[in-house]
Design a protein around this ligand. Structure first.
Ligand code: UD1
Length: 417
């Protein structure tokens, strides 16, 4: 297994282009199932999760081609509307194929994804929504078997789940009549998905608000579509710059998707500049402690909580992070403590006392964002070497992170074994 080895203490400086968003491209790939002709996605990031979704679609018979930053998905060739356990268990987002398969074929069998390191992650909200659209849902041998001609319905989500909103939205594009999803998730990736579906001929309005309205249509055509920039990746690079006392600019970013994060960086004393699609952050005067509560969009993203935890070890005072979205998402804390951080965790709340200098250590990545936190900590460490194992987690969501951080001056390498 590869490791990432970092000798920290170098302030990162320079500019880095942001890639297409993982959490946008995965539902777009799933949505292409609905098209009656080939779709082409632009700005597709080269990520393991993208390869996993590609494999899943190919396994169903869909012809796909991924060259440069373009991906062609030829949905009409898809002839086996089933997603097997072996593929779904590797990536939860595989479950996003359920809604579009049901919408297109009226019958599908998709493995339940199971839990993952950051929590139990049930899919009850997805299933309740699809049942409200008229599907019969049975659980057989660990698989969801869904069937039925879909009819529009009024659906109120128990929680604004991103995946459930996307699954129900995709299915509803082919349901007869009007569907309203209330308490819908408002993430920019959902707006991007709705844009894609509308270009295909769907009639979706309100995406980006908590009430999405869909009028079902009979046909959806193949289209070309651009994936939005990855707001989590952009913020991770900015956090790494600030945490190392440097100055990083992210290019091709959308500040409006990062408002809660940028506001919080400002509260820590970092200086943030936005010029068009370039965002620069630096911390010339040190950092102050702050309070974070993760929330659904437009609140502070849970996907940035771990990176902020590493950064806050450099902030003067006592910081507090409350994780409200996932039940078990502080796994990076114990590894950061091994690097010299003073962090205590009680239930959903982590307390970080700073400033504590970090030193390098062998550490283990437990999930995607926790591994980004360990990379930042490794870059901050004033002495020693940090060797991060299980880096396949980071490859799921960050494209060649070591090369891009090295271009910002980091002493970082991937050691292949
Ligand atoms: C998506 C993102 C992930 C991000 C998360 C929250 C993708 C591919 N992944 O994941 O990066 O961390 O949103 O912003 O877009 N829940 C239920 N029942 C359900 C569905 C969800 O109880 O049927 C719970 C989950 O266990 C979790 C919370 O709701 O505690 C949020 O989950 P959700 O918004 O669904 O996250 P994902 O779509 O899985």
């Amino acid at each position: 297994m590869d490791r990432i080895v970092i000798r920290g203490g170098v302030p990162l400086r320079g500019a880095v282009p942001v890639r297409g968003a993982k959490n946008a491209v995965l539902p777009l790939m799933a949505a292409s199932i609905l098209a009656e002709g080939p779709c082409v996605l632009h700005n597709v990031p080269c990520l393991h999760d993208v390869f996993s979704m590609d494999k899943l679609l190919a396994d169903m018979g869909m012809r796909t081609e991924f060259t440069g930053r373009f991906m062609t998905l030829d949905a009409p060739t898809l002839n086996r509307p089933e997603a097997d356990y072996d593929l779904v268990r590797k990536m939860r987002a595989s479950f996003f194929v359920l809604g579009p398969l049901l919408g297109r074929f009226g019958k599908t069998r998709v493995s339940l994804p199971g839990g993952c390191a950051i929590g139990a992650r049930p899919v009850d909200i997805h299933l309740k929504g699809l049942a409200a659209l008229g599907a019969t849902i049975d659980i057989e041998d660990g698989y969801v078997v869904a069937e039925g001609a879909l009819k529009g319905a009024d659906i109120t989500l128990d929680f604004p789940s991103v995946g459930a909103t996307e699954n129900i939205l995709m299915a509803a594009t082919r349901a007869e009549g009007l569907t309203r999803i209330a308490n819908a998730a408002r993430e920019p990736e959902i707006e991007n998905l709705a844009c894609f579906l509308n270009a295909m001929g769907a009639r979706v309005s309100g995406a980006g608000t908590d009430l999405i309205t869909i009028v079902g249509v009979d046909h959806l055509r193949g289209v070309e579509h651009e994936v939005i920039p990855d707001r989590i990746e952009a913020a991770t690079f900015l956090a790494a710059g600030v945490a190392t006392g440097g100055e990083v600019t992210v290019l091709n970013a959308r500040a409006e998707h990062l408002a809660a994060f940028l506001e919080l960086l400002g509260e820590t004393g970092a200086v943030v500049r936005v010029v068009g699609n370039r965002i620069t952050a630096a911390s010339p005067n040190g950092l102050r402690a702050c309070e974070i509560s993760t929330l659904p969009y437009p609140g502070f993203p849970t996907d940035l909580q771990a990176q902020m935890m590493a950064l806050l070890t450099r902030a003067d005072g006592v910081s507090r992070i409350e994780e409200t979205v996932f039940e078990n998402r502080f796994m990076q804390a114990a590894e950061l403590v091994r690097m010299g951080a003073d962090i205590s965790v009680e239930g959903h709340i982590a307390t970080i006392r700073g400033v504590t200098p970090l030193s390098g250590a062998p550490v283990m990545a437990s999930d995607l964002r926790a591994s980004a936190s360990l990379v930042i900590a490794g870059l901050m460490a004033e002495r020693g070497e940090t060797a991060i194992s299980r880096v396949y987690h980071i490859d799921r969501g960050y494209e060649r992170i070591e090369e891009r951080l090295a271009a910002l001056g980091a002493d970082i390498e991937r050691v292949r074994s």
